[in-house]
Ligand binder design. Sequence first.
Ligand code: ADP
Ligand code: MG
Length: 640
Amino acid sequence: MRRRLFPSNIRFKLVVSLLLIVAVTGSLSLVIGVNIIDKNLVREATESVRNSLAATTELYNEEVEKRSRIVQYVAKTSEIVQATMTGDRAYLREALGRIKTEFGFDIVNVLNPDGTVLVRANNFDAWGDSVAHYRHIQWVLRNRKPAAGTGILGPENIRNEGRNLAERTPIKAVPTPLSRRHESSIEDRALVMKAASPIMENGRMVGLLYAAVLLNNNDSFIDRFRRLLFKEERNRGREVGSSTIFLEDVRVATTVMDSAGKRAIGTLVSDEVFRNVFEEGRTWIGPAFVVDSWYISGYAPLKDIDGRPVGMLYAGVLKDKYDDVLRTTAVLYLLVIGLTTLIAIVLSIYLVGLWTRPVRRIMAATQDIADGNYHRIETLPKDDDDTRKIAQGFNVMAAAIEERDRELQAMAERTILKSEKLASLGRLASGIAHEINNPLTGVLTYSSLLLEDLQGTEYAKDLEVIRDETLRCRKIVRGILDFARENVPEKILADINAVLDNALAILERNVHFQDIEIVREYDPDLPRIPVDVHQFTQVISNLAMNAADAMPGGGRLTLTTSFDREKRRIILRIADSGTGIPPEHQVRLFEPFFTTKDKGKGTGLGLPVVYGIIRRHNGTIDVKSAVGRGTEFTITLPAD
Ligand code: ADP
Ligand code: MG
């Protein structure tokens, strides 16, 4: 099965990460952007309403000022002064009537200096009553100066000024969810814009001209304000801007329409606004629910001549307009983000593909190597330096791996060949040895017999040579048979320390060991292990004989045993202080017939036999040696 070295796709991960970044930053910027726009919109709307309200107040004050000037001018005309002095009511009726229609006043009166009415242009038949208690009139009488402003007339006063006015005044107050009052009532007071001026003759006040405009149900001002301030801007079929005049908390003139499309005259302002404007006497700006919609609203107090609030001016813009702008902006924003995300997706897929191409090439090559094909990465002209370096490094690595693999393979082949060769060699050798063994025995027997018979003759010497050489042949033949013998070891549980001692007891008697000190370093707690005692004795004997050969002038032979509890094996070390083995010989030690000893002394079969026995015990044998210092053989045997 093909192994996957890279189960997850780098390209996919990169694209997903990039997209995540785009998505996160996109939505963040959407939230922040819409928020900022919303804040700015609200600020802008508030600012615009503040300006509109200021302009409304300005327009209103201008209107008051204009009317004040008219009244002052008329009060100065000699005809009026004359007629007032002489009490010419007929003339005054006609003159004041003209002024009333021409300048759009509802009330134009001339008063006597004591505050009694001389002429009412709007209600000629009602005269002689005193209006000295009207605040404005009181002020003008006292100060002999003109005055103008806003005020409230009670129902009785309005009735005195004429039936037509009394009919136009009453307004049904309609409570709204947030209003201060919750019961409907009739507002029968009148909010008026008024101006008064003393009529002077030679520094003497001969009378007083008083004129007023009824604001209740008066559309003309309010429509003009709206027209001037908000033009005709519409949103979803509705006027965006609106203007209102309040008598206290009642709408007495307004452009705000109710759901039926009628002017929302009489509806009450919210308690919050009322308290702010009336109790604190300040301008209030903010979102307010007006009649049936949210408006960004501004309310400014209207004060009477004593500075007391009597009403309010209102300017507002439908919040819808800003909400729509915000919605449109948000949708646009979303579209832009969507589009950029789409572009980002396409671009990132393309770019990531481009960037990861070298990586993917290397990945593919690596996979190839894992599969056993020695792939080289070709560098392309457009590759950057890093890619080129990686590719070069990769190719070097691939070459090294290929080389090593080839060597390993060759070595494995050689090893197999060698062991096969050795095996057949062993079979051949043991065959020959068997065949030779019998005739050799014959030669040995007869040469020995002949030697006995011919002892002391001239043939004795030659026969001795024959016998000795035959003995040497037999030794070689035995060695070959030992080496080639693949007989299964007869294992019994044995104490290695005891086996060592038995073997050494025989060896110590040998002449070779005369000058050799034997040191035993046994681990007393060795477990008993299964060994073929006879074969193992031969191992020790072969190694000890070699050691003795390497120490012709004497030396020390150290035998160490120990138990490796972790790996459950016995370790046996046989070390000598002999000549040591040069490295080029170390690799050949276990080769059959490798010997450095003189003919007749060494057969080169000692260590191969040892090796065979150890291997048949599932053990290992290792050698460490330093020339001139000595040699140490380490044997391990499994305990189980
Ligand atoms: P042989 O003893 O017949 O030569 P072996 O297989 O026993 O054959 O040993 C092979 C060679 O390894 C020896 O000829 C010797 O050169 C070397 N050798 C073995 N053991 C030792 C040792 N303890 N010290 C030095 N050389 C050794
Ligand atoms: Mg030997």
